[in-house]
Design a protein around this ligand. Structure first.
Ligand code: TGC
Ligand code: FAD
Length: 392
């Protein structure tokens, strides 16, 4: 892959709206991605290997639990800092951001919010340093967009719970030390349980042959009569709203992350358009190519403003789930469209691993599907504005 010459676009001087702390945190993450992610990520993706060597670096830039209080090992940052870190990581690769999203919003968040003090103290500090890695099991083979239908369940056996079922499409599963798993009790109520690697009957086979998120490990979580200690049940929230609450946090991070992928595609295409000569002049001098670049920077700028405003609302604890859905849907769609256009601007070179665009494009096909598909988020907005449920 060519050297990483990334320069972040800021067409509307959005930096002026950030604090000095935001910029320091963002710049540290940006520098780390340039130094430690860019040189290795193409090979990791080509080989379909999660680069475990970057785990300590992710912890150092605060990517594991950015907004979790410091007393539990988190970075104690605000929501805009969290967003900026996700943006910078996904500028490197969506799969690396996935690993951080899952660890922070889908594993640390539920333990912090729905767990008791013993659980927080046991798990959060080790998750914050990356000593333990986590996964989040909601999706099942027959229940993706409709998690309420899940069949994974547990029975009360007196001194422990007996867990049975299977989860599919689980990021980090092949190497996770702990999994936050959503399962129904005998009354059909959904609860979260922390399942630990090594528990008998618990296995995590990897899903192979992905054309997307190849630098992220994806797999299953299989439970065959797993004895889960009673103290591993998250006691403070139950029902579908519990996992969906975690998704709100992760979807918010994705709304920022997608901007990073889009910025990298735009920046690469812009530079290429000034260097690549055809018909005696740089291709950036042709109107058709300028149309693409002008539309890209316009959409990136709109997405930046949407994410920043959402971050302000999150900081004030005022962001609604529907507002988060709108930002996730818009910004991922924006990034995927930019990746497709940018790839075309590089002609044949666009399909190679010399440039990051094709990798971003393929990754974004997963990002537009997970954490609620593009269609599901549209229906959430539809329900919010009409009050009429079109899911069922
Ligand atoms: P519905 O009846 O609407 O709601 C059930 C209960 O949940 C509450 N609720 C929410 N709470 C918090 N945040 C949200 N976003 C919420 N949305 C709904 C709701 O108030 C209700 O509470 P209560 O107390 O009344 O019971 O539920 P439904 O069954 O009709 O489903 C609604 C729907 C379709 C929107 C929901 O199921 C959905 O979002 N489906 C998409 C599934 C999804 O996003 N899966 C993601 C799996 S994890 C993942 O993809 C990780 S990828 C990670 C990576 O690698 O980065
Ligand atoms: P389906 O729900 O079967 O949907 C298929 C199509 O039908 C979609 O286009 C959808 O929009 C449409 N559709 C569904 N319902 C409706 C409706 N009511 N109206 C209109 N259209 C509808 N899950 C986890 O729990 N943890 C993870 O860590 C995780 N990581 C993932 C990593 C990757 C790489 C991928 C690809 C997925 C991951 N997922 C994870 C699962 C992801 O959240 C699901 O794939 C997603 O929610 C969609 O579910 P599905 O694939 O079963 O599609």
């Amino acid at each position: 892959m060519k050297p990483d010459l990334f320069e972040a676009p800021d067409y509307y001087n959005i930096d002026d709206l950030l604090t000095e702390e935001h910029k320091l945190i963002r710049d540290a993450a940006r520098a780390w991605v340039k130094r430690d992610v860019s040189p290795i990520i193409e090979e990791a993706a080509q080989k379909a290997q999660f680069p475990k060597s970057i785990i300590p670096g992710l912890a150092e830039i605060g990517a594991f639990g950015p907004y979790i209080p410091e007393e539990y090992g988190g970075a104690g940052l605000d929501q805009i800092s969290y967003g900026l870190i996700m943006q910078e990581i996904e500028r490197g690769d969506s799969g690396v951001r996935s690993t951080a999203s899952v660890q922070s919003s889908l594993v640390m968040y539920p333990i912090w919010k729905y767990g008791n003090e013993e659980q927080r103290k046991k798990y959060l500090p080790k998750l914050a340093t990356g000593e333990w890695m986590g996964s989040f099991g909601l999706t099942e083979p027959d229940h993706g967009s409709n998690p309420a239908g899940m069949v994974t369940s547990y029975k009360d056996k007196g001194d422990h719970y007996l867990l049975n079922g299977a989860k599919l499409w689980i990021s980090n599963s092949p190497f996770c030390d702990v999994a936050v798993v959503w399962a129904k009790n005998e009354e059909g109520r959904i609860h979260g349980l922390v399942v630990e690697r090594g528990m008998e009957g618990f296995s995590t086979p990897e899903t192979h042959n992905k054309w997307s998120l190849r630098a992220s490990a994806t797999g299953e979580l299989i439970f065959q009569d797993v004895k889960v200690p009673k103290e591993n049940l998250l006691p403070n929230k139950s029902g579908l709203g519990a996992p969906l609450g975690c998704l709100d946090s992760a979807r918010y991070g994705i709304a920022w992350g997608a901007i990073g992928a889009a910025m990298d595609c735009y920046d690469t295409a812009l530079r290429y358009s000034k260097e690549r000569i055809q018909f005696g002049k740089p291709i950036g001098g042709f109107q058709l190519q300028q149309k693409k670049l002008a539309e890209m920077i316009t959409e990136i700028t709109k997405a930046q403003l949407l994410a920043l405003r959402l971050g302000q609302l999150k900081n004030e604890d005022k962001a609604t789930s529907a507002q988060i859905s709108m930002a996730k849907r818009n910004n991922v769609d924006m990034a995927l469209k930019i990746a497709r256009e940018a790839r075309q601007m590089l002609g044949g070179m666009g399909i190679t691993g010399e440039y990051p665009i094709m990798r971003h494009m393929m990754n974004l096909e997963s990002v537009i599907t997970y954490e609620g598909t593009h269609d599901i988020h549209l229906l959430i907005t539809g329900l919010d504005v009409t009050g009429l449920n079109a899911f069922k």
